[in-house]
Design a protein around this ligand. Structure first.
Ligand SMILES: CC(C)(COP(=O)(O)OP(=O)(O)OC[C@H]1O[C@@H](n2cnc3c(N)ncnc32)[C@H](O)[C@@H]1OP(=O)(O)O)[C@@H](O)C(=O)NCCC(=O)NCCS
Length: 406
């Protein structure tokens, strides 16, 4: 049954930029909250325009700002700050991911906002913890993935490699959304507002928790093992090329690291190599033995894969209960109808970009259905919010616009 979403009725003052913070508020918007994205007049949020296409909303902006309303406000002008403070009084949550100290310099501290609205949930996302020694350091995603374990275990032994997607940005933003919802639940029950802080480095440390198993087991920091199994030296665990051998024509195959698992034997059946089964071939008898002789098992798998494309190979292997995943890139996902049928990909109509296909929201709630809306035009909701919500007259609005306050 369609409804406006579990967070309908909640209003969010969104002072976020780029990916981390905007993903948080987009999540809240998808859950049905009314998100008022505050942007600088004329320039907009820093992620809105690129140098290559000034004045045209970037695809990055489209994908991270769906279902929001945009209002413009120069927070550094006294009249702009006054407008923001009026909005604080009318919002349930304020979310920001500005550089360290920026909100303080604007005069929009938690204490100031709490004085205006004692029940406010004030959520901040920074690169580093605000009560730690790196508190004043700026951070984009790779800074957090490097300082938060991920890159120490990703890549090759002599070549650390950063992740190809913004795990720290989008991950921390999503965790912040979850924390805000928890704070709202507590507010419902206990009638209290609170401050919610999250640091990207800290989120990455938590996300890397599986790494502490081998760290303690081996008594040293973990190695980088490429496409191998990071927790234990076992095989097969590799990303193998397949037909037609383009840049993303690969399938990753990993058989359980637990001795006694049947997955390797099942794989031997699929690839027509019963001579390599655990009970038959001593070099392949256990996951670790296979690792020690991995050139044998990798060669057998590679030989079989040369006749299959990645989709067919994944199907055959997975249907035989062997964990296998093709590399699926943006093109593969965008052009596969199954993702639209279940709402993981959505087509939105954007005033500047036309019809654009973008990823949707993974969680499903049985009593809700998200109606995806395009990201807002810069200041597109100024009249509705300043006029309707704050009660400013048309004349006052015109004057504020003239002075570039909004
Ligand atoms: C990402 C980051 C490094 C970018 O740094 P930056 O480009 O220098 O931008 P900042 O956020 O530091 O500064 C933006 C300035 O715009 C100002 N600003 C933002 N919105 C404004 C508005 N509506 N009106 C007027 N000024 C505004 C801020 O007040 C700030 O001014 P200040 O430097 O005088 O305090 C930094 O914001 C940061 O560390 N953020 C926290 C971590 C994070 O989220 N990183 C990942 C982003 S994907």
């Amino acid at each position: 049954m369609a409804c406006k979403g579990p967070l309908s009725g909640y209003r969010i003052l969104d002072m976020t930029q780029f990916e981390s913070g905007t993903v948080c508020t987009e999540t809240l918007a998808w859950f049905g909250a009314e998100v008022l994205k505050v942007e600088r007049p004329v320039k907009g949020e820093l992620g809105r325009y690129t140098q290559a296409e000034p004045g045209i909303d970037s695809y990055g902006f489209l994908v991270m700002n769906m279902n929001k309303k945009s209002i413009t406000c120069n927070a550094k002008a006294p009249e702009g700050l006054a407008l923001l403070k009026k909005l604080v009084a009318k919002c349930d949550v304020i979310v920001e991911n500005m550089g360290p100290g920026s909100m303080d310099r604007l005069g929009l501290t938690y204490e100031a906002c709490k004085e205006i609205n004692p029940l406010i949930i004030y959520a901040s996302l920074k690169g580093f913890a605000q009560d730690g020694p790196y508190r004043d350091y700026p951070a984009f995603d790779p800074i957090a993935t490097h300082t938060g374990v991920l890159v120490s275990v990703t890549g090759l032994p002599d070549q650390p490699i950063k992740a190809g997607i913004s795990v720290a940005d989008s991950g921390t933003g999503t965790a912040l959304a979850m924390s805000i919802i928890a704070a709202l639940l507590q507010r419902e029950r206990e009638g209290i507002g609170q401050r919610v802080d999250i640091a990207m480095q800290d989120f990455m440390i938590g996300l890397s928790r599986s790494q502490w198993e081998p760290y303690y087991a081996n008594g040293r920091p973990n190695r980088r093992v490429g496409n191998g199994m990071p927790l234990e030296d076992v095989a097969p665990s590799n990303t193998y090329p397949c037909k037609p051998f383009g840049p993303n024509d690969y399938v990753h195959i990993y058989c359980s690291r637990h001795p006694g698992s049947r997955q390797w034997d099942e794989l031997c059946d699929v690839i027509g190599r019963p001579d390599l089964k655990q009970d038959v071939c001593p070099e392949m008898a256990t996951p670790h033995e296979r690792y020690l002789h991995r050139e044998i098992c990798d060669a057998a798998i590679t030989e079989w894969l040369k006749d299959y494309d990645k989709f067919t190979a994944m199907d055959i292997l997975a249907k035989a209960d062997i964990p296998a995943g093709a590399i699926l890139d943006c093109d593969d996902i965008t052009n596969d109808p199954q993702y639209y049928e279940r709402g993981m990909m959505v087509e939105i109509d954007h005033p500047q970009r036309g019809k654009v296909k973008l990823p949707g929201f993974a969680p499903r709630l049985s009593e809700n259905r998200i109606e995806y809306e395009a990201s807002p035009a810069l200041g597109g909701s100024n009249e509705e919010i300043y006029g309707g919500l704050l009660g400013l007259s048309a004349g006052e609005l015109a004057e504020l616009k003239e002075k570039k306050v909004i």
